[in-house]
Each structure stands twice: as C-alpha cells, then as structure tokens.
Design a protein around this ligand. Structure first.
Ligand code: ZN
Length: 115
C-alpha cells in the first residue's frame, strides 16, 4: 500500500528534528522577569497575571491560561510598582481600569501579611 510507505518515511525524519530541538532547549526551570522590580526568578515562584476575555487583568493562579501573561514577585511592592508605573498595561498592551487596579492591590496585600 502506498500510504504505509509514506508513513514510514515520516518516521525516519522525526529523530533528526528532535535532536536539534533538544540541543537548543536543555531541560531547565523556566525563568520569568518580574515587571515590578525587573528581577528574574523561577516561573513557579512568581505570580502570573493575564488579560481575560471580560476585559480585566486577573491573577492566573494555575498558570495555564492562554494568551499573553506577565509575572510579578509575591511582594506588594512589586505589584504597586507595576500598577503605578502602568507597567502592567504596557506589558499586556491593554487598558487597566481603576477598579481592576484596586482589586490587584488588594490581592497583593496578602503577600505582606504572610511575612
Ligand atoms: Zn519583583
């Protein structure tokens, strides 16, 4: 069957591709930059924020939402810096409503309390 032949050819080409990808991206902890203090940290230690369909910037607690995301340290200072300097808006390229900003500041206050 001609179909089977084509399939086999594809399989032979696959290992070559996989090798080059592996060399370029060794297994590492993903590193993200906090938009508040610009420090780099492991993705897991930072809080991810995304712009939702409803038009607000929200905390993506599970870090699985699609689309553009930004990262902030678990520190109220970083959140305030990000919000006051309009860095969130710049990074996500969306407008941030004042109510939304207040909500995010409220959210960030939990980090200070945990210390
Ligand atoms: Zn930070």
């Amino acid at each position: 069957m001609p179909k089977a032949k084509r399939k086999r050819k594809g399989l032979f080409m696959l290992p070559k591709k996989m090798t080059s990808v592996k060399l370029q991206h060794p297994a590492k902890t993903p590193i993200r930059t906090c938009i508040g203090c610009r420090k780099k940290g492991a993705k897991q230690s930072l809080v991810r924020l995304t712009y939702t369909e409803s038009g607000i910037i929200e905390v993506d607690t599970r870090k699985i939402r699609e689309g553009r995301g930004i990262y902030l340290c678990e520190a109220t200072d970083c959140w305030e810096k990000g919000l006051k300097g309009n860095r969130l808006e710049h990074a996500l390229k969306v407008p941030l409503h004042s109510g939304n900003a207040t909500h995010l500041i409220e959210y960030s206050k939990r980090f200070a309390q945990n210390r």
